[in-house]
Design a protein around this ligand. Structure first.
Ligand SMILES: Nc1ncnc2c1ncn2[C@@H]1O[C@H](COP(=O)(O)OP(=O)(O)OP(=O)(O)O)[C@@H](O)[C@H]1O
Ligand SMILES: [Mg+2]
Length: 140
């Protein structure tokens, strides 16, 4: 377990970069936290560390976006998914296998029952206007 205090979006991006440094570029990061907690912002930091040049946009209407970097980034946003059954039916469960590249999953709680081990959980909590508490944990 590790905890970070973020004082603004840029700091959250830097925390994202640090997580790639710490956990490597072949990883599943599961992001938990309410609306505007900073999940997408943190993914921007993951992307920056991977050298992704395209701008990360919130994939809310699309479940998955793929970005090219030194390693690929697969950005999933499950806000609109109701259950792991729906997730599997959409054919997305292949992204839960040992990844080549980073898989970042917003609203990972939607599929809590099928999340694999050997992932990194990232909990983002609102702690004031621009403040966030970000807790990370390697789940083995
Ligand atoms: N410390 C901070 N870290 C991250 N974002 C912050 C911070 N302080 C303020 N913000 C603002 O909060 C918002 C976070 O938006 P972001 O899209 O990253 O959240 P999200 O968790 O992905 O939301 P959603 O649930 O809608 O996907 C942005 O407007 C950002 O500028
Ligand atoms: Mg988001």
């Amino acid at each position: 377990m590790e905890a970070f205090n973020s004082g603004g979006p840029e700091e959250t991006e830097i925390i994202g970069e640090k997580l790639v440094q710490k956990y490597g570029a072949d990883r599943i990061f599961c992001l938990f936290g309410p609306l505007a907690a900073g999940k997408t912002t943190l993914v921007k930091g993951l992307a920056r560390k991977l050298g992704v040049k395209k701008t990360i946009v919130s994939p809310s209407y699309v479940l998955l976006r793929e970005y090219e970097g030194e390693s690929p980034l697969f950005h999933l946003d499950l806000f609109r998914i109701q259950s792991s059954k729906e997730f599997v039916e959409a054919g997305l469960d292949e992204y839960l296998l040992e990844p080549e590249g980073i898989v970042a999953i917003e609203w990972a709680d939607r599929i809590e029952d099928i999340l694999p081990s050997n992932r990194v959980d990232v909990n983002l909590e609102l702690a004031g206007k621009d403040k966030r508490v970000i807790r990370t944990r390697l789940v083995t």
